[in-house]
Ligand binder design. Structure first.
Ligand SMILES: CC(C)(COP(=O)(O)OP(=O)(O)OC[C@H]1O[C@@H](n2cnc3c(N)ncnc32)[C@H](O)[C@@H]1OP(=O)(O)O)[C@@H](O)C(=O)NCCC(=O)NCCS
Length: 164
């Protein structure tokens, strides 16, 4: 594993997540998902050795509030994107792309072979982001996302990107 120093691109700072970020992660996640994870769940995930992630904050003195984050897990050469979320006010500004780039860079450095993720087939923004990054569909899980609030159940697409 490498130690990953934060790096900068334009007005965003991308840096490793810490356990203190858990409450802010829950707040951002709540804006993006019908079934948000709570801060205890994020703290527990961040305590697991194979789990890592990155935060995006607006550049400025002393850092700023969390604008987005990504969580991933790497074990036995295969990685999984556990979740990614960008605050509504920060979307379409390149934050999601930069967070994913940070994960891919880290996985290359760690010599991972492939990275997988699951995405709702109706989630057009996320699908567009992943396809742009070279993820390709390798499977389907019909009914993976259960019916909720009048929305019918939907299919999860399993996507993969080779890293070698
Ligand atoms: C998916 C998500 C993380 C994208 O974050 P973002 O910061 O808005 O994405 P970016 O601005 O970096 O966009 C990168 C690329 O993704 C695609 N994209 C992002 N949002 C899009 C949208 N609303 N419609 C179409 N394409 C979109 C585009 O290809 C875009 O590149 P472009 O701006 O050059 O066209 C964000 O919409 C989000 O948090 N959604 C709710 C949570 C979620 O669905 N997470 C993924 C679950 S699998």
């Amino acid at each position: 594993m490498i130690s990953f120093a934060g790096f900068r691109k334009r007005d965003w700072v991308i840096e490793p997540l810490g356990r203190a970020d858990a409450p802010a992660m829950a707040a951002v996640h709540n804006e993006g998902f019908a079934r948000p994870w709570n801060d205890g769940e994020f703290a527990a995930l961040l305590a697991q050795t194979p789990v890592f992630g990155f935060a995006a904050r607006r550049e400025g003195e002393g850092g700023g509030p969390l604008s987005g984050f990504v969580l991933a897990r790497l074990a036995a050469g295969e990685a999984e994107i556990l979740t990614i979320a960008v605050a509504k006010s920060a979307r379409r500004g390149g934050v999601g792309r930069r967070l994913m780039d940070a994960v891919l860079l880290r996985l290359h450095a760690d010599r991972a072979e492939a990275v997988f993720l699951e995405v709702d087939e109706r989630n057009a923004p996320a699908l567009a982001l992943y396809r742009r990054l070279g993820f390709r569909e390798v499977g389907k899980r019909p009914g993976y996302y259960a019916e909720r609030k009048g929305e019918p159940a939907s299919t999860a697409l399993v996507m993969r990107r080779d890293l070698r």
